[in-house]
Design a binder for this molecule. Structure first.
Ligand code: FPP
Length: 253
């Protein structure tokens, strides 16, 4: 695969592990399942299945690196427009994953949450989401958010409508509204903003993922198709993050 190589600025060594900056929250755009399958002349479903294995590796890597919050973009609002067969395959895979991986996630101390328009999935699937969230609610080792039928613009729009309704009903004074309070109307209420956003497959886009929340996230684009993602890629993203100087709009000190 030919992709543009982005060189990180040289000179700043990765600090020793003891003082190295580890992102509190990593968000991942898992891209490249289709191309992985096409390269092997396999159906796209095979790519998504291999992608589900990479999800396991990514969760393990997050735990091992003591990342407390991990958000995975598993199904975007736009993914509903894919051919019906692929939508059925993807939702079937998610359902299978929730049913069969829940015990293991729970054992590992993972708290699972679904963000997005969950009501667009069928009732049976919504029950699986609620069950997974209920069973894992007390876990603290890793907070895992799975973005399903998620779109950043619709997240912001939905929050805006809820705020307009609260103002109309006299529950909210617009003069009191600030960024922190706006954030409480988003799907990610209670979840810290991502520090690091990773996208695989050599594409350089945000694809409508966490648009509000990623305002100051460091972006890392990896030259690997998602089904091939593993602990070394996770470590590479963390190393790149550790080399970056985060200023949040302030002048260098
Ligand atoms: C992008 O690849 C990936 C997706 C649309 C779905 C992500 C789903 C998984 C990784 C599998 C299941 C997830 C969980 C949480 C169990 P693409 O199909 O757009 O690839 P392409 O750009 O190469 O066509």
């Amino acid at each position: 695969m030919q992709v543009e190589r982005l060189e990180e600025p040289a000179g700043k060594a990765v600090p020793e592990t003891a003082q190295r900056a580890v992102p509190r929250h990593v968000a991942v755009i898992m891209d490249g399942n289709g191309r992985w399958a096409a390269a092997r002349r396999l159906p796209r479903l095979a790519g998504h299945r291999a992608g589900a294995q990479a999800v396991r590796r990514c969760i393990q890597a997050a735990i091992q690196n003591k990342v407390g919050w991990l958000t995975l973009y598993a199904f975007s609002s736009e993914n509903w427009r894919r051919p019906a067969e692929e939508v059925t395959d993807l939702t079937g895979l998610l359902r299978h994953y929730l049913r069969h991986e829940l015990a293991e996630l729970h054992r590992e101390g993972v708290r699972l949450r679904v963000i997005g328009e969950r009501e667009r999935f069928d009732r049976d699937m919504c029950r699986e989401f609620e069950r997974a969230e209920r069973i894992t609610a007390g876990n603290t080792r890793l907070n895992l958010m799975v973005a399903l039928s998620y779109g950043g613009r619709s997240d912001i729009l939905r929050a805006t409508v809820a705020i307009a309704e609260a103002v109309r009903d006299g529950r909210l004074d617009p003069a009191q509204l600030d960024e922190q309070q706006f954030g409480r109307f988003l799907y990610t209420d209670g979840i810290p903003d991502p520090d690091l956003m990773v996208r695989t497959s050599g594409e350089f886009r945000l694809s409508n993922f966490l648009l509000w929340q990623a305002a100051y996230a460091e972006l890392v684009f990896l030259d690997v198709l998602w089904p091939d993602f593993g602990p070394t890629h996770f470590a590479e993203a963390l190393d790149t993050y550790a080399r970056r100087e985060r200023r949040f709009g302030a002048r260098p000190g």
